[in-house]
Each structure stands twice: as structure tokens, then as C-alpha cells.
Ligand binder design. Structure first.
Ligand code: NAX
Ligand code: K
Length: 537
């Protein structure tokens, strides 16, 4: 499903109204019925205070008040502006409400806050329809006070579209804002709903289908998506009766240095657990005995290192020869390589010469930080899997810049250097050279532990090795890896989770995705879906 920002949503609304010809009032009616449905299904209590601003978010609120009144709720409305200031669809809904026995209180200045306070106290539920996608600057003065009263009320708060005071453009918190228990948004989720820190104030998210077809943002070229089971279902190749191990690829994991033999081991194990046919670690010879002992199904090829315990430029030819003669289908470069300058030189030359699809991770990425230009010349699929620190080094952006605009930062790099980027964090963003971005909303903080990135690089390598394209490999890997993390944390606790557990839970995660593929379960409601239902696992 697409993920928009406020500006894009306003354009999609306009396009739907002007080009498709669906009147704005119809969209508002659908939107408000969706909010009323969520209130009806998912909240307790029967006395509702709907707090409305003067824009269309307030218009939604006025229509919600009418639907709840029709459903038998005890409803009162607070208007934070005089009714004369209302326009268009909001005005129309105000006129309707004013003909019904629904009390409307105009609370438009600090002098009236005492009245507002007692109205809030008398209600069991507050619908926040102050500001939506039209917020232009942080809330101050009277509006900040209104937000404070609601936040301190200890009442259930349902926000219409966006918790008022948050801007829908990024995950940034721009100022005082409502802390919602539930947010009901329209047509598509917005960045603010899923990206931290703003998403912490959204509560449970529901998306209402308000009659805007997905064709509208598609034709407008909006290409930012949520990663969902739907997005990744069909990635796996069928396991054919007459297939053999080479059908599913042979992945070379090039890595390892003294003290870092676990990283390539985990990447190589993850290859096999993800369905890769063969997995081989290519490692400094002085460390080979460790891999022989640690690994069973995974093979190892030692490369002479004169007992140094790390790769250097002198290993370039032999590694290239190994890759050429070993019937390999993909390379994972980076796990446990270490940060020796000689190793960095080896990496740079290897990336220049290697013609196989590649996943580049960790010190593999650091090695390219000074000269990422080499990536532009590559014709095979390349996926980079940096965390924020590694991405900061290679993109020359500060961590703050990346965290503020992860989609933009990652996409700019993908387009400039012609590589797929998996920008790892609690909200991993995948970007592709053809202009698409995807964000992952599953997984958990228990995965913030050493080695989980190594597992991911192996999962990505397995898929590339099976011949799956860059975009699908990156998307599926991120989703699968996080699902394994959630299943593992569910059984073991987030605290105890360690990287190897992710490998152990990959089988259950794969099964879960395959079940989702065949289940085609109907959502609880055709027009109102929770984020969990949208994600699909
Ligand atoms: N036809 C459409 O475009 C639809 C719009 N919908 C609703 O409309 C909302 C957007 O409506 P609007 O564009 O009217 O915007 P809003 O209702 O979010 O707010 C805009 C109003 O707030 C004022 N304002 C903005 N920032 C302020 C600040 N910091 N302090 C004080 N006043 C401020 C503006 O001057 C304007 O009067 C959506 O969030 C959604 O709830 C839905 O009904 C679906 C259809
Ligand atoms: K709102």
C-alpha cells in the first residue's frame, strides 16, 4: 500500500475531485463514516465530545458527530472558531448539524477554556478534529492550550486523520500535538503515522477507504510504499520436483577477520535457512579451522593470508578466481571483514572487478565510503545494507539529516549510484534506482543486538543468488528478517533475542508468509482496515 505525505494527499484529493469527478463532500462523508465505525467498534463509552477546527478536518468532525448521533451516542461539538469562518464542505456539515439536536459550543479563546474543560470532563471520549493535513506551522497560544486540556483529560482520544499538531510530511514532531489512542486516516497511511518520533503519538492506526482508487497516486507517479505481505508474497520461486541445489543458487560470503568469525558464519547459515542451494564462506586461511568447526552444511574456501587474519589486496586475484570457478550466483561482501586499510583496498578492487550480483554490508560499505563512484559503473544487481552510521559515512549526510528525511536520503543515493539501498533502523527503508521507496513497520527493538545485520545480509544474498531481482530481494529480506525477529521475540522475549535466534526463526517466518499467501482472509470490514491487517502477517 502507498504511503503519502500531507502535500501528496492534498494533491490526490484534488485529482480525485477534479479529474475523477467524485465530489469532495462524498469523500468527507465516507471519511467521517469510517471514523464513526472505528469509534463504534473499538471504543467504550457513549458520551462523545467532537472538537472541530475551521478546516476540512473540522468538517470531518462535524459529520462524525452526526453519524454518532444517528447511532445513539450522546454527542456534543466544540468549534474552535466562529461558524462564520467555516467554508465549503465543512460549512455544509455545520449547517446540517445545526439543524439537529446536537449542541455546538464555540470555544475560540482562552477565556472560554474553563467551559471547554468542563465539557471534556463530562465526556467519555474525545474526537480530535482540530487540524489535519492542512496544518501549516506549530500550534501555539490558544490551540496549544486546547491540546493540553485534551492530553491531560485522561479520556480516550480518537484523532481524525492526524493527531492535531503533527505535520504529515515527515516523522518529525514540529510542536505541541494531541497524543491519540486511535488515529483514523483516509485513503492511504501518511509518513507521520509510521515514522518516529511522530508515530509514537498516533496510537492504533486505521485506514478508511474513502473511494479514492489506488490508480490516482499511481498515475501521479507516487512511489513510496509500506512493506506488506502483499508486497512480498510472490517472491519465492517454486521448489520443483526435478530441481537440484544449484537451482537455488550458490552464495559466497566473503568476510571474517580475527575476532569476527561469527559474522560470516551467521550470514552463510542464513543463506541456507532462506532457501539458498549452497553457501560457502571465503575466509582468511589462518581462520579457516574455526569455520570448519563451527559450520556443517556451509562450505569454506580458505584464502592464503600469511597468518595475518584478514584480507589484503594480495588476495584479490585468488578471490576473483574462486568466484569465477565456483559456480557462484551471488556474493555477500562484508560480514566481519574488519577495518584494516589493506582490507579496504581489497574490497574496493573486488567491487570494481566482480561481475556477480552483490550484497555489500558493514565494513564492505565503509571501505567504499571514500569512493562510492565505483558503484555507478556496475551492471549487475548491487544491494547495500548500511545502518544509519554506515550510510552517513558513504552518503556524506549527517545522521540527523538521514533520520529527518530517510526516504529522500536513501532514494537520492540509490538514484545517484544506481544501487538498491536497505537503510537499516527501527524503520528500515528500501530504495531502488528506479525511484521507489518502501518502509518496513514490523520487527522490534529486541533486534537491536549484535549480528542481526549479518543475518540480513545472508538472507538478501540467498534471494539474489536464486536469481530474484534487486527490488524483490531487498523487500522480501527486510520483511522476512523482521518477521523472524517478531516470532523469536514472541517466544523468547525481546531482551533475550540474539542474532542466531533470527536464523532459527526464519523457517517459521517463511511458513507464516506462505500461509498469508494462501489464506486471503477477508478483513473485518471492507472499508476500514487496521495497520496490522494491511501489513498482513
Ligand atoms: N476533499 C478533501 O480534500 C478531503 C479532506 N479531508 C479532510 O480535510 C483535512 C484537510 O483539510 P484542510 O486542508 O482544510 O486543513 P485542516 O482542516 O487540517 O486545517 C486547515 C485550517 O487550519 C488553519 N491552520 C493551519 N495551521 C494552523 C496553525 N498552526 N494554527 C492555527 N491555524 C492553522 C488553516 O489556516 C486552515 O484554516 C484532512 O486532514 C482530512 O481530515 C477528508 O474529508 C477527505 C477529503
Ligand atoms: K486531527
Amino acid at each position: 500500500m502507498r504511503l503519502l505525505n500531507s502535500k501528496e494527499m492534498a494533491e490526490v484529493d484534488r485529482e480525485t475531485i477534479e479529474t475523477l469527478g467524485i465530489p469532495g463532500i462524498v469523500l468527507m462523508e465516507n471519511a467521517s463514516r469510517g471514523v464513526a465505525e472505528v469509534v463504534y467498534r473499538y471504543t467504550e463509552g457513549s458520551s462523545v465530545l467532537v472538537v472541530c477546527g475551521k478546516g476540512n478536518n473540522g468538517g470531518d468532525g462535524l459529520a462524525v458527530a452526526r453519524h454518532l448521533y444517528n447511532l445513539g451516542y450522546d454527542v456534543e461539538v466544540v468549534l474552535t472558531s466562529s461558524p462564520e469562518n467555516l467554508k465549503g464542505d465543512a460549512k455544509l456539515n455545520y449547517d446540517v448539524v445545526s439543524k439537529l439536536p446536537i449542541p455546538v459550543h464555540v470555544i475560540d479563546s482562552d477565556e472560554k477554556l474553563v467551559e471547554f474543560y468542563s465539557l471534556v470532563k463530562e465526556s467519555s471520549l474525545i474526537v480530535d478534529a482540530l487540524f489535519g493535513t492542512g496544518l501549516s506551522k506549530p500550534l501555539t497560544g490558544f490551540y496549544k492550550d486546547v491540546v493540553d486540556v485534551i492530553n491531560n483529560s485522561n479520556r480516550t482520544v480518537v484523532s481524525v486523520d492526524i493527531p492535531s499538531g503533527l505535520s504529515g510530511g515527515t516523522g518529525e514532531v514540529i510542536g505541541p500535538h494531541i497524543k491519540a489512542d486511535i488515529t483514523v486516516t483516509f485513503a492511504f497511511p501518511k509518513i507521520v503515522h509510521v515514522m518516529p518520533p511522530a508515530c509514537y503519538s498516533v496510537g492504533e492506526l486505521f485506514v478508511v477507504d474513502i473511494s479514492i482508487p489506488e490508480d490516482v497516486p499511481f498515475l501521479m507517479g507516487l512511489n513510496r510504499f509500506l512493506l506488506t505481505a502483499d508486497e512480498v508474497f510472490f517472491t519465492f520461486p517454486e521448489r520443483e520436483i526435478m530441481s537440484h541445489k544449484y537451482t537455488y543458487g550458490h552464495v559466497a560470503v566473503i568476510g571474517g577477520s580475527v575476532g569476527k568469525t561469527g559474522a560470516p558464519s551467521m550470514a552463510a547459515e542464513a543463506v541456507l535457512r532462506t532457501g539458498g542451494g549452497l553457501s560457502t564462506v571465503v575466509v582468511p586461511k589462518s581462520l579457516n579451522q574455526i569455520f570448519e568447526t563451527k559450520l556443517t552444511e556451509v562450505m569454506s574456501i580458505p584464502v592464503n593470508d600469511d597468518n595475518k587474519g584478514y584480507f589484503g589486496i594480495e588476495n584479490l586475484d585468488s578471490v576473483l578466481e574462486i568466484l569465477e570457478n565456483g559456480k557462484f550466483s551471488a556474493v555477500v561482501l562484508g560480514p566481519g571483514l574488519g577495518n584494516n586499510p589493506e582490507t579496504y583496498e581489497f574490497v574496493r578492487e573486488l567491487v570494481k572487478e566482480c561481475k556477480l550480483p552483490m550484497v555489500i554490508d558493514a565494513d564492505g560499505i565503509n571501505a567504499l565510503s571514500e569512493s562510492p563512484e565505483v558503484l555507478k559503473l556496475k551492471e549487475q544487481p548491487i544491494i547495500l545494507t548500511p545502518h544509519i552510521g554506515e550510510f552517513s559515512r558513504i552518503s556524506k549526510l549527517t545522521k540527523d539529516e538521514i533520520l529527518k528525511e530517510p526516504f529522500r536520503s536513501s532514494l537520492d543515493f540509490s538514484e545517484k549510484f544506481n544501487v538498491t539501498v536497505v537503510l537499516k533502523s527501527g524503520r528500515t527503508v528500501v530504495s531502488t534506482p528506479n525511484g521507489k521507496t518502501f518502509v518496513n513497520v514490523i520487527g522490534n527493538p529486541g533486534m537491536a543486538t549484535a549480528g542481526t545485520g549479518d543475518v540480513l545480509s545472508g538472507v538478501v544474498g540467498a534471494l539474489l543468488g536464486m536469481g530474484i531481482d534487486e527490488e524483490d530481494s531487498a523487500k522480501f529480506s527486510v520483511f522476512l528478517h523482521s518477521l523472524a525477529g517478531d516470532l523469536a521475540a514472541g517466544e523468547l522475549s525481546q531482551e533475550s533475542l540474539k542474532a542466531w535466534d533470527l536464523i532459527d526463526f526464519l523457517p517459521k517466518a517463511i511458513k507464516r508468509i506462505k500461509e498469508a499467501e494462501t489464506r486471503f482472509e477477508k478483513h473485518t470490514s471492507p472499508f476500514v482496515t487496521s495497520l496490522r491487517e494491511i501489513v498482513g502477517v
